[in-house]
Design a protein around this ligand. Structure first.
Ligand code: ATP
Ligand code: MG
Length: 364
């Protein structure tokens, strides 16, 4: 049996990242003790505004060598707009990780948990349970383009979308394999091939080609235009299983999906380098939330669930299933003195909710 061992770089970052991270680590340690995993943690203070103020940069020069020695990066949140503009903090840390570690899959589960009210009418736990796979390194998010005839009434601004065969194929393959591994065996691809007439039909054609493989013969594959797809997300989310989209479309869907499942405070995200050549990064969907930082009321579930995704990614499915069950059990009880205010809790805090989940894991 492969060793059940992971080396994890802990990067809490800014704001509530530093408040929820300790509970993420505690819950992972609890899971490690119950399921016999050997998890080694090392914490870093870079990728934070405090580090920037001390050193004049978000990260040390050798950050890539340092983090390359780990299996995974467990990341809190970065950015304090009152201290530094968001593009400095983001491009100086998180986006460097994604691009330099070639984390080309951004994976987000959208799952309505028991006890968490959905903003969609009449939805109960189990009705919403799908994955969004977003292309994370190319597509619409390129910096190729510019302005011509500047400051005249003929002014033109252009920004190019870049799709490479390697880039499109690898994310589609990841999504095909993920869908194939799930009981529903259903993949939905988001494009807009009627309006965006070059890159989107290319994406469709690559999917058409790849889905011919014998391994995918049992898959049901749908293609939707992004506009109607967002409508279906809200009207009938039950129909989805795995959804794959370009950088922009995946970005939109992977915020809309978690929004349909209650609070942003519980949603996790994984930035994956599937080949394992570089470390993958696991983080909550939410940001540093300066408006509630320091108050002790941040919901720690997104951070803890991101840790669960890490265990699942490395194939420790017993421990991952256990952590997910523990999160569900605690949320289902909806004790007002335990759950945080964003979920309707009365005196619940980061600590009460974090500790409750840790205890639940230990009692499994
Ligand atoms: P990003 O940094 O990802 O661009 P942002 O700064 O726009 O995001 P967040 O920091 O995620 O946004 O905060 C958005 C809103 O959600 C804020 O009002 C914040 O208080 C709330 N929020 C975010 N995370 C949590 C959490 N873990 N618990 C409770 N509320 C949260
Ligand atoms: Mg922010």
């Amino acid at each position: 049996m492969a060793p059940r061992k992971l080396k994890i770089a802990v990067v809490p970052g800014d704001g509530i990242g530093t408040e929820v991270m300790p509970f993420g680590v505690r819950c992972l340690k609890a899971a490690a003790s119950v399921y016999g995993l050997d998890l080694e943690f090392e914490e870093f203070d870079f990728a934070s505004c405090e580090y920037y103020l001390k050193h004049g940069d978000m990260m040390p020069k050798d950050w890539k060598d340092t983090l390359s020695q780990f299996d995974a990066i467990y990341f809190g949140a970065v950015g304090l707009p009152d201290v530094l503009p968001d593009h400095v903090t983001l491009w100086g840390s998180l986006l460097k990780f994604r691009r330099e570690f070639d984390q080309y899959v951004n994976l987000r589960p959208c799952r309505l948990m028991p006890g968490v009210p959905s903003p969609l009418a009449n939805k109960k736990a189990g009705d919403i349970d799908f994955w969004v796979v977003r292309e994370n390194t190319e597509g619409e998010y390129s910096s190729i383009g510019g302005k011509i005839f500047e400051d005249t009434d003929r002014e033109v601004v252009i920004q190019e979308t870049v799709m490479t065969r390697v880039g499109v194929d690898r994310v589609l393959k990841y999504a095909l394999d993920l869908a194939n591994s799930r009981p529903k065996k259903h993949l939905t691809s988001a494009t807009k091939s009627n309006g965006i007439s070059i890159t989107m039909p290319y994406w469709d054609a690559r999917l058409q080609e790849l889905q011919k493989a014998e391994a995918y013969s049992g898959l049901k594959i749908d293609k939707f235009h992004i506009d109607i797809l967002t409508a279906w997300f809200v009207l009938r989310p039950e129909q989805f299983d795995v959804i794959v989209g370009s950088n922009l479309f995946g970005d939109i869907l992977s915020d809309l999906g978690p929004a349909c499942t209650g609070t942003i405070g519980i949603a996790p995200s994984a930035n994956i380098n599937p080949e394992g050549k570089f470390p993958s990064l696991f983080e909550p969907v939410h940001g540093s939330a300066p408006d509630i930082a320091g108050k002790g009321i941040a919901n720690p579930v997104g951070m803890i669930w991101a840790g669960q995704m890490m265990l699942s990614h490395f194939g420790f499915s017993d421990a991952a299933d256990g952590m997910l069950k523990a999160i569900e059990n605690v949320l289902a009880r909806q004790e007002a003195t335990v759950v945080t205010p964003d979920m309707g809790g009365k005196s619940g805090t980061t600590e009460t909710l974090g500790v409750a989940i840790e205890k639940e894991i230990l009692s499994l």
